[in-house]
Design a protein around this ligand. Structure first.
Ligand code: 7RM
Length: 659
């Protein structure tokens, strides 16, 4: 191949010459130079980029404040507004009539929004929020479908300095209530219903249910976007229609400039213990990394059509839908529906019809679409013209090399680099990822840290391990878009991310990693805590256990993950009832009841795939559940470890046979 670099080991995919020639970061040398700049003076490097990428109302004078570490502050005395940076400055630069968002509805209807139109919508809603008494620093919960209105609502909050907290539309009333209460939100923005795969699913009714549960007395108003016209109850004095409030408001709203450290948003995510944590992000540092990574990782150019398929309910939808592409004045697709409706060619059809050039999705979607294409020629990507594509990306979970190869060959035509981007809700944006014009690719590896990110693989003592040896992934230096705290629980923030056993110095990602012996490339080996990754969705085992034991029949439950070809990991629950262990049809029926109960408590995405009933759980003599053994049983493998420390070794056979 002509693009082959002499230094590229043969198992790697070299950077295509044509791509490198036009890329912002077009060589390994250019990448190394940026890393060297950051290495030499971490603060000056980030300060330079913050000045280049963002427009400041008042420039910052201090870059990094470590005086209260690990509660780092970046660009603290700078004044900035995220919505100004995403909208006004693009309009001011002459991009007012450029299409910002191409919206494709579930039913295929397409609507385009220019930067000018988006700015108007955002300003109207921002004025409506102000009219409702929403003030700078107030929290606003968004429970919305994947929609332009969702992006507008986030931007409107940012415009007035309110802190948004988006709750994914698949979460239950209970989960929504918990988040509203924890955030102390003053207002909810929702829709009557959401449309997914031709089906209307309730949203407003779930908000009603959540607010009726109590604990949400801080809520003063509910704004309702009319999406389907479905039948819902409007509570007088509390609920108003979005179209009514927008019509009453002016299309001009001066942005509220805030400190760079002002909380732009909270986003709840699962941890290894009990309840979800409200990850708090800043305005300036976060927006910098959103813009910077969108530009360098995705090589986003003015003429690109960018499509990130993530829902705004997840962090990927925040950084690479609501903020990153807009901060750069890009054009992007917002898609309401699902990849399998009306059939499993929806993504490929949309790439062709919108001439998408950069496509970013999750391995779980790729695996599902591979399976569909294998059994149904009509939905095979080769039936579509995908030649507009120039770059592909993945996120959310490890991608298995076979799926990578298929994505590369069938979607990218062998011509498009794939950026396998490793990051987390807490990191705000990409941490370890190829820069497509600089790095030769290795399927299954996220390659090297983004310039300025000091990632390392260390042992339990915090000491770096040699390449080729597995360890724990840490980030040694603070970076601008890092999590600032856990809302309302700074102690938990410290304990979760800067625990004393790693010297308290390094950010602990919660993942294991190994670096390739020759290239130093990172491969993520999976979570090292009790967090599962099901279809790219983060789920705490304890959260699911709590949901199970809240059912009146359940005495005890233990949840583990097991590998799954389609979803990456599958949830496997071991349950002890308060009555004799059920078998046969009774077991099936009870398992279904428990699954529905978990859906009620958390949401359908948390439903266990397997539920096994036992008389007991395998425990040590001190009463600790041996999850390690449960993981072996969940996989369907034989327990070969020594089980002599178990209180009740006979339970293993029972659980193994209870499937
Ligand atoms: C963006 C996002 C974070 C967890 C993280 C990892 C896993 C994410 C990759 C990955 C291997 C990747 N935020 N993860 N990306 N594992 N390769 N490219 O997913 O907070 O929801 O999840 O997801 O375990 O810790 S998240």
């Amino acid at each position: 191949m002509s693009g082959q670099n002499v230094n590229t080991p043969p198992s790697l995919y070299p950077v295509p010459e044509a791509f490198a020639a036009q890329a912002y970061i077009g060589s390994r040398q250019a990448y190394d130079q940026l890393c060297a700049e950051a290495q030499k003076d971490h603060e000056s490097y980030w300060a330079r980029l913050a000045r280049e990428f963002l427009s400041w109302k008042q420039p910052f004078t201090k870059v990094l404040d470590s005086s209260n570490a690990p509660f780092y502050k970046w660009f603290d005395d700078g004044l900035i507004n995220a919505s100004y940076n995403c909208l006004d400055r693009n309009v001011e630069a002459g991009l007012g009539d450029k299409v910002a968002i191409i919206f494709e509805a579930d039913d295929g209807k397409v609507t385009r929004y220019t930067y000018k139109e988006l700015l108007e919508k955002v300003s109207r809603l921002a004025n409506a929020l102000k009219a409702q008494g929403v003030k700078k620093g107030d929290r606003v919960v968004l429970y919305l479908p994947m929609s332009v209105e969702g992006v507008v609502a986030m931007q409107a909050c940012a415009r007035i300095g309110a802190t948004h907290s988006v709750v994914f539309g698949g979460f239950s009333a209970q989960s929504l209530r918990d988040r509203i209460e924890d955030a102390g939100a003053v207002l909810v923005i929702t829709a009557d219903e959401q449309l997914r795969g031709g089906k209307a699913l309730p949203l407003k009714a779930i908000v009603d249910e959540a607010l009726a549960m109590g604990g949400c007395e801080s809520i003063r108003q509910v704004i309702v976007f009319q999406r389907t016209g479905g039948n819902i109850q409007m509570q007088a004095g509390r609920d108003v229609w979005l179209h009514d409030v927008l019509a009453q408001q002016s299309a001009e709203c001066p942005p509220e400039f805030v400190s760079a450290e002002h909380p732009l948003f909270l986003l709840y995510t699962s941890g290894s213990t009990g309840k979800p944590k409200g990850v708090q992000h800043s305005t300036g540092g976060y927006l910098l990394h959103a813009a910077l990574t969108t530009k360098w990782t995705f090589d986003l150019k003015p003429d690109d059509v960018f499509w990130c398929t993530a829902d705004i309910g997840w962090v990927t939808g925040h950084t690479y839908v609501a903020y990153g592409p807009l901060a750069l004045g890009g054009t992007q697709i917002v898609f309401e529906g699902v990849p399998t409706y009306p059939d499993a060619s929806r993504f490929w059809r949309m790439i062709e019809s919108h001439q998408v050039t950069i496509f970013y999705t999750a391995p779980t979607a790729i695996r599902a679409l591979i399976k569909a294409a294998e059994t149904n020629e009509a939905v095979h990507p080769r039936k579509f013209n995908l030649t507009s594509l120039r770059l592909l990306g993945t996120v959310g979970e490890p991608i298995n090399p076979a799926a990578w190869e298929w994505y590369h060959r069938e979607i990218g035509g062998g011509r498009c680099p794939i950026v396998d981007t490793f990051w987390q809700t807490e990191t705000g944006g990409h941490m370890i990822t190829p820069l497509p014009g600089a790095h030769a690719l290795k399927p299954g590896s996220c390659t090297l840290p983004f310039p300025g990110i000091d990632a390392a693989v260390v042992d339990e003592a915090g000491k770096e391990v040699p390449w080729g040896q597995g360890g724990v992934l840490v980030v040694r230096k603070p970076w601008p878009s890092m999590i600032r705290t856990i809302w309302g629980d700074p102690e938990r923030f410290k304990k979760s991310y800067y625990p004393a056993d790693f010297g308290g110095q390094y950010y602990l990602a919660g993942d294991g990693a190994i670096r390739d012996a020759e290239t130093g490339y990172f491969t993520i080996t999976g979570r090292i805590d009790d967090v599962l990754n099901v279809s790219g969705h983060r789920m705490g085992t304890m959260e699911i256990e709590s949901a199970l034991v809240s059912h009146p029949l359940v005495a005890e439950a233990a949840v583990v993950g097991r590998p799954d070809d389609l979803t990456g990991e599958a949830i496997c629950a071991f349950v002890v009832l308060k009555r004799p262990r059920p078998t046969g049809d009774e077991a099936k029926q009870l398992a279904n009841e428990l699954r529905n109960h978990v859906a009620q408590e958390i949401g359908p995405i948390a439903k266990p795939k397997d539920i096994r009933f036992g008389d007991n759980l395998p425990k040590t003599r001190s009463g600790k559940i041996m999850r390690r053994l449960l993981r072996v049983i969940a996989k369907g493998e034989d327990v070969t470890q020594d089980t002599s420390t178990l209180e009740n070794p006979a339970i293993l056979d029972q659980l193994a046979q209870s499937n």
